[in-house]
Design a protein around this ligand. Structure first.
Ligand code: SF4
Length: 324
């Protein structure tokens, strides 16, 4: 494995709000997690729970009217949220942290070849080496023939385009790759190939990966740790094995029950009944209260937070059962 500096990312009390005419939308509301070494973290949650906003915050690529209002994102003792924009653009964005944005494969420029688009990125970042060789190596590293550089996006399949956008994100050799729903809109076989590719890149390049997805089954194939996001907050986090095999939070339990099991004789399809709360006026206490089959009086007004063996679970059911 290629030796690289270990990213140590610590996100603490992060709050990211959108200031809209309809009110303040608390998309990310007090999120904590850490990544050590070249760990991979899966952030799982349903649509509009704030997970893409969380990824965009780490890249400082929030869309207006979104803004980081509180908390820190510390990479090697520097808080990225406070770093001057010029310094972040010059030394962190794409060089230390890169992101494959959701749907990125659909925004490849149709009138330029793949090679031209890769070359433009290298020029923009003032790459000093042999550009043709770098492009060829990048395409090969994601399992594409270097002849793809001469082709236009419409000549590629969905899986090939997704490999190209991953190659683009890795052009400047970042230590941390954030992949937001990288398998959405791909068929199941190609999904599995993209996950295998991310695993291979982790091993060969020693990079950390944050995989943002709604698909718990996919995340279980690659993540060392899993964080479950609900209504702007991480409600449970721990090692992938612990969260998947012994989910504590009722929302995590419901998500896992909803994953279809091929070998099970059970015919019933489970789903999480109800809808998430508004993030403009979220509940004071547990945000899962209205959908939770175990809701208690204490849950209504008081936000819960408890440690567990390899992470935490934010649920009052575990008030007296700390595993630490
Ligand atoms: Fe359910 Fe209460 Fe736990 Fe929330 S804190 S998930 S409402 S039991």
């Amino acid at each position: 494995m290629q030796e690289k500096a270990s990213p140590k990312l610590a996100v603490s009390g992060l709050k990211v709000y959108y200031f809209t005419d309809g009110g303040t939308l608390r998309a990310v509301d007090g999120v904590n997690f850490q990544i050590l070494g070249n760990e991979s973290l899966g952030i799982v949650g349903e649509s509009a729970c704030g997970k893409s906003t969380l990824g965009a915050s780490l890249m400082r690529s929030l869309q207006f009217p979104g803004r980081i209002v509180e908390g820190s994102m510390v990479l090697d003792n520097r808080d990225l949220s406070k770093m001057p924009s010029k310094e972040f653009d010059g030394s962190v964005r794409w060089k230390r942290i890169a992101m494959v944005f959701q749907g990125a494969m659909n925004v490849l420029d149709p009138v330029y070849t793949i090679g031209s688009q890769l070359r433009e990125i290298l020029h923009e970042h003032e790459f000093q080496g042999d550009i043709a060789r770098k492009i060829s190596e990048s395409l090969k590293s994601v399992g594409l023939d270097d002849s793809v550089a001469k082709r236009y996006p419409h000549e590629l399949s969905g899986g090939m385009k997704q490999r190209v956008v991953i190659a683009m994100a890795l052009l400047m050799d970042p230590e941390l790759l954030i992949a937001d729903e990288p398998t959405t809109a791909l068929d199941v076989l190609v999904q599995s190939q993209i996950i295998d590719l991310l695993k291979k890149l982790r091993q060969e390049k020693g990079i950390s990966v944050i995989l943002i997805t709604h698909d718990l089954a996919i995340v279980s194939q690659i993540a060392d740790s899993i964080a479950i996001m609900y209504a702007g907050q991480l409600v449970e986090m721990g090692s992938a094995q612990e969260v998947y095999r012994d989910p504590k939070h009722p929302y995590t339990q419901a998500l896992i029950a909803a994953v279809p099991k091929l070998r099970s004789s059970e015919k019933e399809i489970h789903f999480v009944a109800g809808r998430p709360p508004s993030l403009i006026n979220p509940p004071e206490g547990c945000r899962f209260y209205d959908r939770c089959p175990h809701a208690m009086d204490i849950c209504r007004k008081n936000p819960p937070a408890f440690e567990r063996k390899t992470g935490y679970v934010h649920c009052w059911l575990y008030e007296k059962k700390s595993e630490t």
